[in-house]
Design a protein around this ligand. Structure first.
Ligand code: A3P
Length: 292
């Protein structure tokens, strides 16, 4: 029996990341993932939590449906795009035709080795971390596996200290940026999707080598709007509310700049200081708000 490095009754730490105890996942299960079989045509969607995973998941599913119409499946995106480190092992292992989609929050050193050696395509979505913090704060009130934050102040500090679910945002982004030359990776920004989702879908199709007609691209865009996804049960994870795993909708606001409704001036100054310290030698820029 593995003994867990507990951060709290809800989270354990392994290889620098924080996992939900109640999910039942163990370090040995995480280690085993490094040896799962990877196909060169697999596509990995990788994010720090709350960065736009289910949005990109919907876009990828719709691109693949257009490119491989014989493989369209009547199932939710959650089933169609197995969560690598999730506990749905049967779902993860079920036979699927190539090309297969996977999604994960794991860091580069915990991925299946084949992701690098077989140069599978990786789509890494990142979002400005102030909005990630606010979205994760709400998610911690929703996902029953996580501890409900005592206050926004507490959660804010935990996020900066890397004590939230999956650990430090700063580490996650840095690790993927540092490993970018070892992977076939496309970085996509959530806010760029907000500004011009069609433009991002076109870039994705080029990266994934999927030649879609203009009409097919329009359809992908239509299926991926916040408005559509909010009512699309295959995309929005609402079934998890019925299954009592989530208490609130994941499709919450879907904007850039919501942090302004939560951060105090002092918190914002502190965040900016930490951000500069942790990210200043990375040539990455983030969009902190988009005026409506
Ligand atoms: P908010 O909580 O800020 O609204 P993830 O899928 O990584 O858990 O991220 C969830 C966040 O992505 C939520 O942010 C959710 O509203 C947002 N999101 C999901 N689909 C979206 C879409 N089609 N357009 C814009 N934002 C979307």
């Amino acid at each position: 029996m593995d003994s867990l490095d507990l951060l709290s009754p809800y989270l354990f730490r392994y290889k620098g990341k924080n996992f939900a105890v109640k999910e039942g996942l163990k370090p040995k299960d995480l280690d085993a993932l490094q040896h799962v079989e990877v196909h060169p045509s697999d596509i990995y969607l990788i994010t720090y939590p709350k960065s736009g995973t289910i949005w990109m998941q919907q876009i990828l599913v719709k691109i693949m449906d257009a490119a491989h119409p014989d493989q369209v499946e009547e199932a939710t995106n959650r089933i169609r795009v197995p969560w690598l480190e999730g506990s749905t092992v049967d779902n993860f292992l079920r036979e699927r035709p190539d090309p297969r989609l996977y999604r994960t929050h794991l860091s580069p050193n915990m991925l299946p080795h084949g992701v690098k050696t077989k140069r599978t395509k990786v789509v890494y979505v990142m979002r400005n971390p102030k909005d990630v913090l606010v979205s994760l704060y709400h998610f911690a009130h929703s996902w029953v596996m996580l501890e409900t934050p005592k206050s926004f102040e507490d959660f804010f500090q935990d996020f900066l200290d890397g004590k939230a679910f999956m650990g430090s945002w700063f580490d996650h982004v840095r690790e993927y940026y540092n490993e970018k030359d070892q992977m076939d990776i496309l970085f996509v920004k959530y806010e760029d999707m907000l500004k011009d989702v069609r433009g991002e879908v076109v870039k994705l199709c080029a990266f994934l080598e999927k030649a879609l007609t203009d009409e097919a691209i329009d359809h992908v865009v239509e299926m991926s709007t916040f408005k559509h996804m909010k009512t699309d049960p295959s995309a929005n994870y609402k079934d998890l509310i019925e299954k009592q795993r989530y208490q609130k909708e994941t499709m919450r606001k879907g904007v850039a700049g919501d942090w302004k409704n939560f951060f105090t001036v002092a918190q914002n100054e502190l965040f900016d200081r930490v951000f500069t310290e942790r990210m200043n030698n990375l040539p990455l820029s983030f969009t902190w708000e988009i005026k409506q």
